[in-house]
Design a protein around this ligand. Structure first.
Ligand SMILES: NC(=O)c1ccc[n+]([C@@H]2O[C@H](COP(=O)([O-])OP(=O)(O)OC[C@H]3O[C@@H](n4cnc5c(N)ncnc54)[C@H](O)[C@@H]3O)[C@@H](O)[C@H]2O)c1
Length: 256
């Protein structure tokens, strides 16, 4: 196995479960030390214990990505523990049923929360980590989007389309500090939360329907996403910034 991230330090928001946890394992396997910034302290501690098994250890910083002070403290804690910060993955989100909201006045606070976590949370964490990344010689930020950005119209889709625009803006703003900013827009994959969602009796057959709409006729996996995330964070992607890459088996962009 290659060790593309030997000596590097990566922060993953929402790294306590699912895709963020998978990214953490894969980055650790290639030499990175990890900071798990998740608002579930038990999940964060559990992942750090798993990382210790891989051999690199890590740091759990329980926080909400919408809390600017907590994000600044997280960046400080990262520098205090490891002396550098090279990679940030903005992965935490309100998603699945929690982000499919009624178009009513009563639901506006929930709409605000979805947009706050999924867009402003990314802006907060990127801004909080910028100085530390610049002091480390630059780095890579990944914003975790969704293919829903291109086909939906609910709060989740609105938030992920906004996040894609933020990726373009951050790439331009942070470029002078040698920080690249890209996004990954997945189709449905096998995180525990997504599997539970697709196995609900109301959604019988949804996975087959999605796979049927893909060009590549197999379910997507967290491994597919991790492969892209690690590529985008690596020096192999040193000429790529401001892009959001669909990893959806060809569901979104296909010719008929
Ligand atoms: N699972 C999929 O199929 C899929 C598809 C497309 C996009 N995505 C995106 O991938 C990301 C991860 O998805 P997942 O299925 O692994 O999610 P998940 O629900 O399994 O994990 C999300 C993690 O984020 C944490 N979190 C949530 N809100 C937070 C906040 N405000 N501050 C800090 N931590 C917070 C949770 O505690 C949890 O550990 C999300 O951005 C999601 O929108 C997922």
């Amino acid at each position: 196995m290659s060790r593309r991230f030997e000596g590097k330090v990566a922060v993953i928001t929402g790294g306590g479960a699912g895709i963020g946890r998978r990214y953490a394992h894969r980055l650790a396997e290639e030499g990175a030390r990890l900071v798990i910034a998740d608002f579930d302290p038990e999940a964060g501690a559990r992942v750090v214990a798993e990382l210790e098994q891989i051999g690199n250890g890590g740091l759990s910083v329980p926080m909400d990505v919408t809390d600017a002070q907590a994000a600044a403290a997280m960046a400080d804690a990262t520098m205090a523990a490891f002396g550098r910060l090279d990679i940030l993955v903005n992965n935490a989100a309100v998603h699945l049923d929690h982000a499919q909201l009624p178009f009513t006045i009563e639901a506006i606070p929930e709409w605000r929360r979805v947009l706050d976590v999924n867009i402003i949370g990314g802006l907060i964490c990127a801004t909080a980590c910028r100085a530390a990344m610049a002091a480390s010689g630059g780095g890579s930020i990944i914003n975790q989007s969704s293919m829903a950005a291109y086909s939906g119209g609910n709060a989740y889709a609105v938030s992920k389309l906004g996040l894609n625009a933020l990726t373009v803006g951050l790439a331009a703003q942070f470029g002078p500090d040698n920080i690249r900013v890209n996004g990954i827009a997945p189709g449905l994959v096998d995180s525990e939360a997504a599997v539970e969602w697709m196995n609900h009796p109301d959604r019988k057959g949804i996975q087959d329907a999605l796979v049927g709409g893909q060009v590549i006729k197999r379910p997507g996996t967290m491994e597919d996403l991790a492969n892209m995330a690690l590529f985008l964070c690596s020096d192999e992607a040193s000429f790529i910034t401001g892009q959001t890459i669909l990893v959806d088996g060809g569901f979104t962009k296909k010719a008929y």
